[in-house]
Structures are given as structure tokens and as C-alpha cells.
Design a protein around this ligand. Structure first.
Ligand code: SF4
Length: 369
């Protein structure tokens, strides 16, 4: 299997910028799409046809996922990081108060969320293996797996063997974002640490899938480079992962840059309109991909997107380690846009005729994998 590679962005500009509204209509009328059709859906012409894209995306989402939206909460376990990423509040050079939670402290955080009704947890940390390593994560999973249907992680890249160890301990999925598929921009914003190696990071989702994880989450940080080109590159990545790891559940997240410590101004800021087009285009291109809309986005926007494509929402999120037990703690990775708790988000989903789902998996199934 040859590794996934990203063509230079200049190679697919014509695909993205030449389609007409007639081309977009033709793509919307087809069921099975080619990768070039994704470029059409990301085109400026398609930007003028968002209601048509939304209608098509809503139909596909209903067919594949019914009316369900799954709920999860992140638990930040450490703000230490060995990398320097110019856009991130946890970046090694930022002078912030850093914390790594003990396993007992993480359990307190997770129990608070379990009592609220959460069953799906995403463990998040900066990339500092000396603080949060495989042993830490495996022990945490063993301690808590009985209380949660799914525990996923967003931490530093690991080896295939290490992912296997974590899967056996009870971790069910891994989110690892390329941040930007544009190599030049990648090099300019990742100044040092393991993350400065573009090719190394690009191979991680395949390693996760190889290890047998149930789910792999990919994405890019909206605001670093041209979002249309990033969306097309992400589509190529998605297609490659589907081809080689057809049994793995794939999800895409849409982190859009929010204010953070370090006062980084996104070079290519994106708004809700761009986010919407990207999300709808991906749904129409890949009918089965899970689409995650986090609390980075505002309540009004998240309510408006219910039923149109996203399949997973976070709720009640705190992005500072220890912040659920101590809500006044400083040191968040980014500001949250939607502060509603789980029950309020569930009520909004129900009000719009959809079903909030707090559990869609059971560890019993994992034993059979
Ligand atoms: S984005 Fe991740 S790797 Fe980069 S500084 Fe922030 S926590 Fe560390």
C-alpha cells in the first residue's frame, strides 16, 4: 500500500474554480460522486446555491443516519505541549499556567460528565508524551471503560503498536487533524516539535486504522489556508482511507479558528457560510462520513444546522484541564461559542424533530472486533 500524498494545491485550482451553476446542478442530481464532483461542490458557483446543497445533504443524512445526532463531551487532561504551533493557546512558548490532571482528577471530570448523561467522551491533551503517555491513557481507559460507551482520544501521534495497546485497554477511536494540507502553510505555522513534520503527521490516520481502532477522525483548521483547496485535499484523504480501511468508521471535524492565547490572527479567516458549504459538500460527496460540529460554533448556528448534515455535537464543553470540577480555572485552549449544557442541547435537537443519542455503541461489540 503506497502512503497517502497530497498534490500541490495549484494542481486542482482549475477543478475548483471553473464549474458553473449547471455543473453544480448536474452533481446534485447524481447519487455516486467522483472526487472531481467534490471540487464542483466546493466551487464559487456552488457558494451561490447553498439552499440546493442543503436540501440534498439533508436527504442523504436522513437516509444514512435517520434523525439522530450523537452527543459527546471533551475532557482536557493536560495543557502541556512540546510543540510550537503559532495558532494554539497551548503552544510551548506561550506563558500560561499549565496543568496535567492525575488519573484520579480525570476520573472526577469524567464522572461529572457521566452524571450529566454523557456516554461518549473525547480525551484531549497537548502533545507532551512525558506528561500524558500510552501508560497513562491505557490505565485511564481501563479504569473508566465500564462507565462509558465510547472513549476516544485527541493526543500526540502514536505508533501502530501503541494504538493497539490503547484499543485493547478500551479506547475506541482517535482524532488526528492535519491542521492544514498546504505544505508551505504547514511549515510556516508548525515551528518545532514532532508536529513540524508534515509527512509524519499525514500518515497517522492510516496507522490508527491499521491498529484496528473503530473510528478515525480527520480534519483541518479552518482559517490557515484556502478552505476550498483544503476541503478538496481532505476529500482525497477521506477517499484514500475508505479505499484502504473500509471497515473503519470515519469522521470529519471542522475546527474553525477562535481567539486563543497568543493572539494569532488567522491568515484566511472563514465564516459560517464557508463552513456550511464545506460541511454540505462533504456530506454529498461521502454519504457515510460522520460530521462533527463542536461548541466552537455559536448556538444559533448549531441549531440551524440540525438535520442538514452534522451527525455529532459536543455540549457543555470546557477546554481547560480540570474545568468541569473547577469552572473558574483559567488556561483554556480556545474560547467556546456555545455554552449550553447537555440537556439544553438535547432539547433543541428534539424541538427540531431530531433524536439526541447519548449512546450508540457498547464495549461488548468491541470484544468481538
Ligand atoms: S495544536 Fe496541539 S500540538 Fe500544537 S501547540 Fe496546540 S496542543 Fe500542542
Amino acid at each position: 500500500m503506497s502512503p497517502f500524498t497530497v498534490p500541490d494545491f495549484s494542481e486542482f485550482q482549475a477543478l475548483i474554480h471553473t464549474p458553473t451553476s449547471t455543473d453544480v446542478e448536474a452533481v446534485l442530481a447524481r447519487d455516486k460522486l467522483h472526487i472531481n464532483d467534490l471540487a464542483t461542490l466546493l466551487s464559487p458557483a456552488a457558494s451561490e446555491m447553498l439552499p440546493a446543497l442543503a436540501a440534498r445533504s439533508a436527504v442523504i443524512t436522513g437516509q444514512r443516519f435517520g434523525h439522530t445526532i450523537q452527543l459527546y463531551a471533551p475532557v482536557y487532561v493536560s495543557s502541556f505541549c512540546a510543540n510550537k504551533c503559532v495558532y494554539c493557546g497551548f503552544s510551548a512558548e506561550n506563558k500560561i499556567e499549565r496543568r496535567v490532571l492525575t488519573l484520579d482528577e480525570v476520573e472526577v471530570e469524567m464522572n461529572i460528565l457521566a452524571d450529566q448523561g454523557f456516554n461518549h467522551i473525547l480525551l484531549v491533551s497537548g502533545e507532551a508524551p512525558a506528561k500524558v503517555g500510552v501508560d497513562y491513557l491505557a490505565e485511564l481507559a481501563r479504569r473508566t471503560r465500564a462507565r462509558f460507551a465510547a472513549i476516544t482520544i485527541e493526543v500526540q501521534p502514536l505508533s501502530t503498536e501503541e494504538y493497539r495497546t490503547l484499543f485493547e485497554a478500551g479506547i475506541t477511536g482517535v482524532a488526528v487533524y492535519q491542521e492544514t494540507y498546504d505544505r508551505g502553510v504547514y511549515d510556516a505555522v508548525h515551528l518545532s516539535g514532532n508536529k513540524a513534520d508534515y509527512d509524519y503527521r499525514l500518515k497517522v490516520p492510516a496507522r490508527v486504522a491499521e491498529a484496528g481502532m473503530r473510528e478515525v477522525g480527520i480534519g483541518f483548521l479552518m482559517g490557515l489556508a484556502d478552505w476550498r483547496s483544503e476541503g478538496f485535499a481532505l476529500g482525497l484523504h477521506l477517499q484514500w482511507l475508505r479505499k484502504h480501511f473500509w471497515r473503519t468508521n470515519l469522521t470529519v471535524s471542522f475546527p474553525r479558528m477562535r481567539p486563543a492565547e497568543g493572539a494569532f490572527d488567522p491568515p484566511q479567516p472563514t465564516g459560517e457560510k464557508e463552513l456550511t458549504q464545506l460541511l454540505l459538500a462533504l456530506r454529498i460527496f461521502d454519504h457515510d462520513v460522520g460530521l462533527v460540529l463542536s461548541t466552537r460554533e455559536e448556538k444559533r448556528y448549531r441549531n440551524g444546522m440540525i438535520g442538514l448534515g452534522p451527525t455529532r455535537y459536543s455540549a457543555g464543553s470546557c477546554t481547560a484541564p480540570g474545568g468541569y470540577a473547577n469552572p473558574d480555572l483559567a488556561g483554556e485552549q480556545f474560547s467556546v461559542g456555545d455554552h449550553r449544557d447537555l440537556q439544553t442541547v438535547c432539547d433543541s435537537i428534539r424541538k427540531r424533530g431530531h433524536d439526541p443519542v447519548c449512546k450508540d455503541w457498547d464495549a461488548t461489540f468491541q470484544k468481538g472486533l
